[in-house]
Design a protein around this ligand. Structure first.
Ligand code: BG6
Length: 293
């Protein structure tokens, strides 16, 4: 079977030797093992709750309709009021999604999960804009793709951020990140930083890093040992890239196993520089593909 319901809460996709686990809670991809050498692309904290009591620390949480905190959105920004009660990183990562369908072909296996907020009174109280989120995860021999579609099923324009919070299985010390060459907003210092000259890879040093880049093309993250993960995009929706690692703050995170923060780099495609406006009846689509390097 290409898609098995392992228990009430987790779907396992398999395609040849490749496999991926997706938790219905948050539609969180927990694991993606691909390639001839069966490489795990994702980091998952061993201290993370997986029982629906909290967002998962690792894998690929889905961030929607607010990235970060309301305080990160400038006063007066268009659509700010729409997301005022959405909560940190929004509700999508803490709602249980519904399994809609699974598909199998010669080249891949996929599963589609949906979250229909019209059916969630608790969500509508926090974000009074009925919408249908459809998330398709496709596993191929050498890649994992995640496609997020947001359909405005209400009668007024809605505003949102959306982001896939990839915890890449790339040890942070000495990791080289290429493809992030634009200006960026540094959330640690609160400053806007100019683009670096040239296109040399950025080297991570393990210090806290939290940056929103304007880059929207392919990004590669390689460990000091040279292996890593490539992130590419095939639909237009994701217009920025976030680079995050908590550095020493990781030690204070209850859901992080000891020194877990040294084992990953988050490279997150998103639409987060402003709130996306989506008119009634319209759909917005974004897609990423992760593959081993
Ligand atoms: O701890 P959370 O809510 O999962 O957020 C983790 C991080 O997620 C990143 O995407 C943000 O840029 C950071 O600011 C944030 O700290």
């Amino acid at each position: 079977m290409p898609a098995d319901l392992l228990n009430a809460g987790t779907v396992r996709l398999t395609h040849g030797a490749a496999s991926a686990d997706i938790l219905l809670f948050g539609a969180t991809v927990l694991s993606a093992v691909v390639g001839a050498d069966k490489r795990e692309l994702l980091f998952l904290s061993r201290a993370s709750a997986l029982d629906g009591s909290a967002a998962v620390r690792g894998g690929i949480p889905v961030v929607f309709p607010l990235f970060g905190e309301l305080a990160d959105v400038p006063e007066g920004a268009v659509g700010r009021d729409d997301v005022k009660d959405a909560g940190r990183h929004g509700f999508a990562r803490t709602q249980t999604w519904t399994l809609e369908r699974s598909d199998d072909s010669d080249s891949s296996a996929s599963v589609t999960l949906v979250l229909d907020t019209q059916k969630r009174d608790d969500v509508l109280k926090r974000y009074p804009f009925p919408c249908l989120l459809r998330y398709t995860v496709t596993l191929a021999a050498d890649s994992l793709s995640c496609k997020l579609a947001v359909q405005n099923t209400g009668s007024k324009t809605m505003h949102f951020h959306a982001l896939l919070h990839n915890y890449l299985n790339v040890p942070v010390a000495g990791a080289q990140i290429s493809g992030l060459n634009s200006s960026f907003r540094d959330k640690v210092s609160g400053r806007e930083e100019a683009a670096a000259s040239g296109s040399a890879p950025l080297t991570m040093d393990g210090a806290e890093t939290d940056r929103v880049y304007a880059d929207r093309d392919t990004v590669e993250a390689r460990s000091a040992a040279g292996r890593g993960v490539k992130l590419s995009r095939s639909a237009d929706g994701f217009a920025q890239t976030v680079l995050w690692n908590p550095g020493e703050k990781g030690a204070g995170m209850k859901d992080m196993h000891k020194e877990g923060e040294t084992e990953f780099v988050c490279v997150e495609p998103g639409y987060v520089a402003e709130l996306k406006a989506l008119a009634a009846g319209e759909e917005w689509v974004a897609e990423q593909t992760l593959s081993p390097l």
